[in-house]
Design a protein around this ligand. Structure first.
Ligand code: DUC
Ligand code: ZN
Ligand code: ZN
Length: 471
């Protein structure tokens, strides 16, 4: 036993296989006051004992990129509230999320963060943090507000190089200059706007307006160029950067080269770039809109190349990029049943499916170990984003745990998720491995398909430490 000998615990989970990103841990786990109190030979003195024979005990998932109760770049409110999104996340084994506090044009940054934090405090059933999404650097006291928020623990900032909410290069450099002395991570949606606009105009002029043409409207070169440019910005300013949702191995190669040169950059991809191709966009009518996201899914060889980048650790994090829109006039079909691809909201739901899909792909399909799965989906994001107490199995850490059944096979159905989206993009896919029970700071919030969490029980995650971004 590592700590806690001879004491009573609130809960012991017994007989399962504990696994952290470092590998298997022998023995059992004991919890007290919402934290991990002891690992190993913990005895039996606890108020409650949960038997977990044949199961894995893993840190709760950390999803570092999800859009919750947020207006899109097109001005469309997404389908999930903090309540529905975090319920869905928990049902899929995720206990921490980082979503976006999105600045509207003209809004002071602190007001944006206060607005999202208030709504999350009311609705979120799991723990949460925010990326400060900057869309307007021209507002009053911008630099001062940004510095203040970072110092207050909002240690990641998101900018776009495309969409109407994009920043110009000079503005991105100015954001980096503010961040550089403070210890924070700049996250970038990196695609070249002019290349996308050019491809889109050519497709529309040629009458190619269907969801499947969305893929060609975001040329892979647009991602490769913008990722390379953002890396050079990180090199020039010394400001650490995270390249969000890579869809091409060439972009991951740029990250590899940069990291070898000592430039502080990290990268992320998502299940829909690893396990889907752009073929999903070719459905009857507008059905393909359900899978439309930016950047788009690519080809089989891209999926294979991204997996290779993961094993080389050029990509360190796998997030959902949960961006939920219903397949009706409130969401994907807002521009009507004849909508062109450029009038359709981008994004697909993924909070609940991320961990089961990745456990199946990594562990059940033999691509990697349980420890790899834990590292990519919990430990690395918690460390990179400085989420105190999250993503690992150690005494003193928050008791966010998943009792995982590695044998259970499930075939996803049409509308079996617990979000507010009304379709499952992975319908028909069979996966092996399932989150059977979920604990948030020691409280059981999911058991055998039932949700027992409470809206408002989720807490803002402290981020006192600049961590990997320390100056
Ligand atoms: N692309 C984004 O940039 N954000 C949300 C969803 C998407 O597809
Ligand atoms: Zn994005
Ligand atoms: Zn996103």
């Amino acid at each position: 036993m590592i700590a806690g000998m001879g004491t009573d615990f609130d809960l012991i989970i017994r007989g399962g296989q504990l696994v952290s990103a470092a590998g298997p841990i022998a023995g059992d786990i004991a919890l007290r006051d919402g934290r991990i109190a002891a690992l190993g030979d913990v005895g039996t003195a606890a108020a409650r004992v949960v038997e977990a024979e044949g199961k894995l005990i893993l840190p709760g998932g950390v999803d570092a990129h999800c859009h919750i109760e947020q207006r899109s770049g097109m001005g469309l409110m997404n389908a999930d509230t903090f309540e529905t999104a975090t319920r869905s996340a928990a049902m899929g084994g995720t206990t921490s999320v980082i979503s976006f506090a999105a600045q509207t044009k003209g809004q002071r940054l602190g007001d944006a963060v206060a607005d999202y934090a208030t709504r999350a405090a009311r609705g979120a059933a799991i723990d949460h943090a925010f990326h400060v999404m900057v869309t307007d650097t021209g507002v009053e006291r911008f630099a001062e507000d940004l510095a203040h928020l970072i110092e207050a623990g909002h240690r990641s900032v998101k900018v776009f190089t495309t969409y109407d909410i994009r920043l110009e290069d000079a503005e991105i450099l100015a954001v980096m200059d503010v961040m550089r002395p403070l210890g924070g991570l700049l996250c970038v949606h990196a695609e070249n706007h002019a290349m996308i606009a050019r491809a889109t105009a050519a497709l529309l002029a040629d009458g190619q307006t269907r969801p499947e043409h969305h893929a060609a409207s975001h040329p892979r070169m647009a991602e490769i160029e913008a990722v390379a440019r953002m890396i050079r910005f990180a090199e020039l300013t010394g400001q650490p950067a995270m390249l969000f949702h890579l869809s091409t191995p060439e972009a991951a190669d740029q990250v590899r080269g940069a990291r070898r040169r000592g430039i502080p950059v990290w990268s992320e991809t998502c299940p829909h770039y690893l396990l889907m191709t752009k073929e999903v966009l070719r459905r009857e009518g507008l059905e393909g809109a359900k899978w439309m996201c930016s950047p788009p899914q690519r080809g089989e060889s891209d999926c294979a190349g991204l997996w290779e980048a993961i094993w080389r650790e050029d990509i360190q994090v796998i997030s959902s990029d949960h961006a939920p829109y219903r397949f009706d006039e409130s969401g994907k079909l807002r521009a009507g049943p004849e909508a062109r691809f450029d009038e359709i909201a981008n994004g697909l739901p993924g909070l609940e499916t991320r961990l089961p899909l990745l456990f199946d792909a990594i562990v059940s399909n033999g691509r990697g170990s349980v420890a790899d799965f834990v590292r990519l989906t919990a430990t690395a994001p918690a460390r990179i984003y400085g989420l105190a107490g999250k993503g690992d199995l150690r005494p003193g850490m928050d008791a966010d745990l998943v009792v995982w059944d590695p044998e259970r096979s499930v075939t996803y159905g049409a509308d079996d998720l617990h979000d507010n989206v009304g379709y499952n993009p992975w319908e028909g896919r069979q996966i092996t491995g399932w989150p059977e029970r979920v604990f948030l700071r020691g409280q059981e919030i999911v058991r055998d398909g039932g949700f027992y969490g409470l809206p408002g029980a989720g807490q803002l995650i402290p981020r006192p430490d600049p961590g990997v971004t320390a100056r």
